[in-house]
Design a protein around this ligand. Structure first.
Ligand code: LLP
Length: 420
């Protein structure tokens, strides 16, 4: 990526006007309305390909983590490029199958799979279950027995490593709910070999998300590889290792992120002596930088203490600032030097003080009616949105070259009451 990484992959200013690929974003706002998520097709595909190519000759699967952005058109795009998928629910399975994803290239992660979800996955013929506990293995074995099938399984290991990220998105520490403690895995793996409807195929781990420091990734890999050596010495079959997702993206101009090629190259080198197929489960680093949330300024408001820019996007549209105090850059669609700057809180219309997109932010001195792009919102944006305050969920638009199309219609009031 370039000097303006934080604008995202596929987004750039041309003569002070913000574009996504060859489409002026103001055109999208005029046609689809705001708030609206806009994604760059090129941005998503180039990140996927960066992963795929980084493996070189190593047998591998890039399992896109569907939870990051599960829009059908985006899943179709990735399926067409050859992607595998990491799912965490029956709903995500349904989406991947609808999008034409190859069931054999689906891995099912998650700490609370229900019997119904497991049976749906078995019936579809998914590639692998990443099992989070011995009791879950027993459940999968029972489900497979009921359906007269065998389930391919990997054990998700908790390597007890600090991913050095936000505590809510750290998953590899021993007091996190995820995975089987690295000290217990050998025993569980050995016992699993006796299950009649389970084929043990590998080991998986995922230590956290938005990692900016590559060191914990390497450390986790070394622990998993040492474990693999111990398992092999017990005669346990292992076909693949799954290193999870977690690579960070630049949310701020100053963020330096681990490059995909170098990080994957390093994993391949460490694992080379084992001759295994390698899997990764990236989500954010594929779709995150390739999307923005378009929003319009509704109002400017000044109190004794503060200046507020009130916009038409809110915490129900983009929850990350309220939930994690996450930082997203905010770029004006027209960057006029005469505008000047304002220091303000950028807030939505929802009735909560946590409803903000930015706090104490220096941004272009925008006026009511002006358009803004909230950057790096392509992952964990729309998927975490809700109807809170009875706000219909935003539209989603995909840009390809000089074309764009709506890939999810803005919800209507009727959508709000469906099912009530
Ligand atoms: N694999 C597993 C088992 C995971 O739990 C996750 C993310 C991923 C892969 C994908 O991780 P990524 O490459 O996207 O970092 N809502 C939070 C992020 C939660 C991530 C949960 N697990 C956020 O907005 O920052």
């Amino acid at each position: 990526m370039s000097a303006h990484d934080y604008l995202g992959e596929g987004f750039s200013y041309r003569q002070d006007v913000l574009f996504c690929e060859d489409v002026e974003l103001a055109r999208v706002a005029a046609s689809a309305g705001t708030p609206c998520y806009v994604y760059s097709r090129h941005g998503i595909l180039s990140r996927y390909r960066a992963y795929d190519e980084a493996f070189g000759g190593t047998p591998h699967q890039v399992c896109y983590a569907v939870k990051a952005n599960s829009n059908l058109s985006i899943l179709k795009l990735l399926a067409g490029a050859g992607s595998s998928f990491d799912i965490v629910s029956g709903g995500e399975l349904f989406r991947v199958l609808k999008a034409g994803g190859d069931p054999a290239k689906i891995v099912f992660s998650g700490v609370g799979k229900t019997a119904a979800e497991i049976e749906e996955a078995l019936a579809a013929g998914i590639g692998c279950f990443n099992c989070e506990s011995e009791t879950e293995l027993a459940l999968i074995d029972a489900c497979a027995s009921r359906l007269g099938k065998r389930a391919r399984c990997a054990l998700r290991v908790n390597p007890d490593i600090d991913a050095k990220t936000h505590p809510y998105i750290s998953t590899g520490l021993k007091d996190n709910k995820f995975g089987i403690g690295i000290g217990e895995v050998e025993d569980v793996y050995r016992r699993a070999l006796n299950l009649r409807h389970v084929t043990m195929a590998g080991v998986s781990c995922h230590i956290g998300s938005q990692m900016l420091d590559p060191a914990p990734i390497g450390e986790a890999a070394d622990r998993i590889l040492a474990l693999t050596a111990r398992l092999r010495s017990l005669g346990a079959p292992i076909e693949h290792l799954d290193f999870g997702g977690g690579l960070g993206i630049p949310y701020r101009e100053s963020d330096r992120t681990p490059p995909i090629a170098a990080t994957i190259g390093d994993l391949c080198r460490r694992a080379a002596p084992f001759g295994l197929e390698l899997h990764v489960e990236p989500g954010r680093s594929i779709t995150g930088s390739a999307g923005v949330l378009l929003t319009r300024v509704l109002n400017r408001k000044k109190t004794e203490a503060k200046e507020f820019v009130v916009i038409d996007a809110a915490m129900n549209d983009l929850l990350r600032p309220a939930l994690y105090k996450a930082h997203h850059e905010i770029a004006p669609l027209r960057r006029l030097p005469a505008m000047g700057y304002v220091e303000a809180d950028v807030v939505g219309p929802v009735c909560e003080s946590a409803d903000y997109i930015a706090k104490n932010r220096r941004l272009a001195n925008v006026m009511p009616g002006d358009l803004l792009a909230v950057c790096s919102a392509g992952a964990y944006g729309f998927v975490m949105s809700s109807n809170y305050n009875s706000r219909p969920r935003a539209a989603e638009v995909l840009v390809e070259g000089d074309h764009f199309r709506t890939i999810r219609a803005r919800e209507t009031y009727e959508d709000l009451i469906r099912g009530e």
